[in-house]
Write a protein that binds this ligand. Structure first.
Ligand code: TYM
Length: 329
């Protein structure tokens, strides 16, 4: 049985990118693997250090995890800050992480550009905290979307470096898990490369049918192609990519053919796309509303998750301390 670890930052509600890039894989994997899925609330502090938002954001993500189908009896579902062992491993890994490599990380450079007034050390060491999250449970696989590829590569590098430095074969080098062979990237509805909370181009799992329709119908399009079989501009390609993710292959083939013969009607395509997204999202939305009406479910889930996660984390920390030379008096 493989061990699997993954997480999502608690910086707001979950969107289609989180769902198709990561969460859906969590749900599929949970029955065949030993899974740890957590809510990265420490990570959220690198960009959202607002005490008023912290708890509601964690609560939303937890609710959405459960509503989407994660089962706390089957997987270990926990909140990052409920397992303080991660901060110790983070500190230890930071001793072997170098300024040069951390400052070159794409996500660091992006965030530093976006929030020049708050380029904090937590942003710089974001990849070591993520590596600590993962290595704390020594997994084989990490289901994440394509945007996390570099962080995962760094995690492998930190694991390898630790093993080499201390002359042990302790940490495994975990690989990405994605549905199919390629890691998924869900594009934004605004023609940009990635659907993301900070990009403001998301469809959320909590969005109702009307909201989804409105967002999809507003997506950028143009007059349509004038030459048969032309290359699609990015904003049109994005709509097709989302359609490939949520719709049946025949639906995509139908509109692709219409594109190639210059007969495409974007209104029809968007209507279909909105209907398919609603069909995927609506059952989750309904369960979110049910859980909101019964918050005891959340308490039960995280209490159980914390206990299981701390057991696994405690073992790793004891062994890592031993390897590094810590001894009791
Ligand atoms: P976060 O919170 O930005 O996103 C959570 C998961 O959703 C995926 N994702 C996407 N996948 C495809 N298309 C998109 N547009 C899209 N947007 C988001 C992400 O790839 C991710 O899998 N650093 C992580 C959180 C984290 C973590 C970890 C993940 C902290 N520690 C340990 C795995 C293991 C992050 O910011 O993801």
């Amino acid at each position: 049985m493989k061990t699997v670890v993954s997480g999502i930052r608690s910086t707001g509600n979950l969107h289609l990118g989180n769902y198709y890039g990561a969460l859906r894989n969590f749900i599929r994997m949970q029955h065949e693997n030993r899974c740890f899925f957590f809510i990265a609330d420490y990570h959220s502090l690198t960009t959202h250090p607002n005490p008023k938002d912290l708890y509601p954001n964690v609560k939303n993500v937890l609710t959405e995890y459960l509503a989407a189908g994660l089962d706390p009896e089957v997987s270990t579902i926990f909140i990052q800050s409920d397992v303080p062992e991660v901060t110790e491993l983070y500190l230890m890994l930071n001793m072997h992480a170098y300024l040069g490599e951390l400052s070159k990380t794409v996500s660091f450079k992006e965030k530093a550009r976006k929030q020049p007034e708050n380029v904090n050390a937590g942003l710089l060491t974001y990849p070591t905290l993520m590596a600590a999250d993962i290595l704390l449970h020594n997994p084989d696989e990490v289901p994440v979307g394509k945007d996390q590829e570099q962080h995962l590569e760094m995690t492998r590098r930190f694991a390898r470096r630790f093993n080499n430095f201390y002359g042990v074969e302790y940490f495994k080098e975990p690989v990405a898990y994605s549905d199919g062979t390629q890691m998924i990237k869900v594009p934004g509805l605004d023609g940009s490369g990635k659907m993301g909370k900070s990009e403001g181009n998301c469809i959320y799992l909590i969005d109702d049918a009307k909201t989804i329709q409105k967002k999809v119908m507003r997506a950028l399009t143009d007059q349509g192609p004038t030459e048969p079989n032309s290359v699609k501009p990015d904003y049109i390609e994005n709509l097709f990519t989302i359609m490939q993710i949520v719709s049946a292959p025949e639906t995509v083939a139908f509109f692709d053919e219409k594109w190639n013969t210059c007969e495409i009607r974007y209104g029809d395509m968007k209507k279909q796309l909105a209907a398919d997204i609603i069909e995927a999202v609506n059952p989750i939305r309904e369960r979110i509303l049910e859980i909101n009406a019964n918050p005891a479910i959340l308490h039960k889930a995280v209490t159980l998750g914390k206990e299981k996660a701390r057991e696994s984390a405690g073992k790793t920390i004891r062994e890592v301390r031993e390897i590094m030379g810590f001894r009791n008096f």
